[in-house]
Design a protein around this ligand. Structure first.
Ligand code: GDP
Length: 445
């Protein structure tokens, strides 16, 4: 689906790679070409704009790594931008199954989007995970759709709800839920009726079913070959239904792919799966890093730049540990710490790495430290001059006012940050009294 985009981007990178040092103008030009490539691939304009703005910031920021070729850095910046656009670094989200079964999964989408096929694909996947799955079609207007689902259920080796003629969609949903409870199914997949176009009645019915069934997942199935129409469909459904994720079908087709790329940014919904063939096995968990890597076709370059960046992080951490051991802790070091924290996935991500997380998470939540605050703190520090960051003592009222205005915060926020910095500095100082042994331990040296 992304072949044309891949070709265009490789052209851009090839032209850069002949050169040694890249000027700002070179980078600007390359990003302009990346922009055109994305637009030609049919990525929505606001999404492209945001992508380019972030890429520029990253390219001119301090993230320049001397040990890799500048052209490779542009590849990495583009890769990071794509990953971001597609939903971020995290592991594929998969399905959110509720703690007390039966979990309800509601499928929504236009007729022909691949909704019923996807219901069958999910049933097969869950069946392989040893879940007992019940498929139920709520498409009362098309008996053929009900039979299609029953056939798919057989192929997937799961059960389907016996068809009773003349029942309304909400009644079928209720019957599916009570059967599932009585018979001990783990998952019920409800396939709602689709229409060929967006339609009020379809939306009202789907919304009513969502209210009755209280699904853990409400997935919108969209055909990636329909381009920007798929994006518009997703937006319209999202306004009416509490969607939890997207499934993009026909990713095996040769559409331009840009709609798939915009979908996440436009709707804010995670892309959970890609349909990659007509077969029941043809459903891939969506992994932003893998898709971005495939689009760029430059996996080794990305790995190389990442490794170089990690080495720099390690070197920075070591330098910081040495300074701390001497009892030094200025605001630049604090900013670096905040950045490291963000890189590890922010407060949430950091907590996820630690044992006994749940309790910690609660404490963090209660202490009111959030990622937003971390961002604000970083903004305050970056509004200071170099001298101020080295020697916060020189910060008098007028300087604080200037900094607050620059960071878009109140002077009270600046004061709070300075207090926090002092507390951290004191803590580090007392640790360093034992000759830095505490730090050596902290830094793993
Ligand atoms: P529904 O009306 O939304 O329920 O659509 P269907 O599930 O009946 O699918 C319509 C057609 O698209 C069928 O012929 C499917 O085999 C086909 N289809 C569904 N998903 C995919 C996919 O990911 N790739 C390809 N190539 N075909 C698909």
């Amino acid at each position: 689906m992304f072949d044309a985009l891949t070709d265009r981007l490789s052209g851009v990178f090839d032209r850069l790679s002949g050169r040694g040092v890249l000027s700002d103008k070179d980078i600007d030009e390359a990003l302009r070409e990346v922009r055109v490539a994305l637009l030609e691939a049919d990525v929505a304009l606001p999404v492209v704009r945001e992508f380019i703005a972030k890429a520029k910031e990253q390219a001119t920021g301090e993230a320049v790594i001397r040990s890799v070729r500048p052209a490779d850095q542009v590849v990495k910046i583009t890769y990071d931008g794509l990953v971001d656009m597609l939903g971020g670094e995290g592991e594929p989200e998969g399905l959110n199954l509720s703690m007390n079964p039966p979990t309800v999964i509601l499928m929504a989408g236009l007729q022909g989007s691949g909704k019923t096929t996807t219901a069958g694909k999910l049933a097969l996947r869950l069946g392989k995970e040893r879940k007992r799955v019940l498929l139920a079609s709520l498409d009362t207007r098309r008996p053929a759709a009900m039979e299609q689902l029953a056939t798919l259920a057989k192929q997937a080796g799961v059960d389907s709800l016996p068809i009773v003629q003349g029942q309304s969609a909400p009644d079928i949903a209720r019957r599916a839920l009570s059967s599932a409870k009585l018979q001990g199914f783990d998952v019920v997949i409800l396939d709602t009726a689709g229409r060929t176009t967006l339609d009020e009645q379809m939306m009202t019915e789907a919304a009513e079913i969502a209210r009755i069934a209280n699904p853990s997942e409400t997935l919108l199935v969209a055909d990636s070959l329909t381009g920007q129409d798929a994006v518009r469909t997703a937006k319209a459904f999202h306004e009416r239904l509490p969607l939890t994720g997207l499934v993009l079908t026909r990713a095996d087709g040769d559409g331009r792919g840009g709609a798939a790329l915009s979908m996440r940014a436009v709707t804010g919904l995670p892309i959970k799966f890609l349909g990659v063939s007509e077969k029941l096995e043809g459903l891939d968990a969506f992994d932003a890093r893998r898709v971005a890597g495939r689009i760029l076709g430059q996996g080794d370059v990305v790995a190389l730049v990442e490794k170089a960046a990690q080495e720099i992080d390690a070197a920075k951490a070591e330098a910081m540990a040495k300074k701390l051991a001497k009892g030094q802790f200025d605001l630049d070091m604090m900013a670096e710490q905040l950045k490291q924290m963000k890189r590890m996935g922010g407060m949430e991500g950091l907590m996820g790495l630690l044992p006994g997380v749940q309790k910690m998470k609660k404490q963090i939540a209660e202490s009111g430290v959030t990622d937003k605050m971390v961002d604000r703190q970083a903004a305050i520090i970056s509004s200071m001059t170099k001298a101020e960051r080295k020697k916060p003592d020189i910060l008098q009222a007028s300087r604080k006012r200037r900094i607050a205005a620059g960071a878009g915060v109140d002077v009270a926020d600046v004061n709070r940050l300075l207090k926090q910095h002092r507390q951290m500095a004191d803590a580090f100082k007392s640790l360093s009294r034992d000759g830095g042994k505490g730090f050596a331990k902290m830094a793993g040296m």
